[in-house]
Design a protein. Sequence first.
Lengths: 114, 111
Amino acid sequence: SAVISQKPSRDICQRGTSLTIQCQVDSQVTMMFWYRQQPGQSLTLIATANQGSEATYESGFVIDKFPISRPNLTFSTLTVSNMSPEDSSIYLCSVGGLGDAEAFFGQGTRLTVV
Amino acid sequence: SQKIEQNSEALNIQEGKTATLTCNYTNYSPAYLQWYRQDPGRGPVFLLLIRENEKEKRKERLKVTFDTTLKQSLFHITASQPADSATYLCALDIFPVGLTFGKGTHLIIQP
């Protein structure tokens, strides 16, 4: 199993600013995943973060908007840059979930952009 | 591309009855299908995984079925309780994207 600490749990930000979300795992993991959950919608994978390499972004998400760091095997950050109200969502980090492994999630960051 | 469909309308069930939630998918059948529970303000929590060669999996009051012919999984909660009220998500491991979620079904158990 894995315990994930994610912070901040929520924030209200001005448009045009950036927010960095941190995710700490209690064990070493190869891959960490960042999801976005817009109101009433499912979780959408933003990117996969591997330690020691560039993150892999899904269609519709770009590094300039969502830069990711993965400095070691237990920690990752996601930055939401130059925010607009459309970025208001819940952002979640996760580990596991591939093949027959269950996924573990942080509690999420509820972002509101005003 | 693979699509995952869950009834996004809220499902209201009387306490003590069995709640049945549906997950349909298109295209190819995945090797594994997972169900998660999500409470407001929280990340999803894993409940059950079922493999393509398993017809049914149980865990306490939970039961999951997997019909690869119908391309459907059913999630049952027997003897439902108000504490079971939450959003339930099904998820498939879709290559090369990884774990992909349905929109979830909001379940309300009424006392």
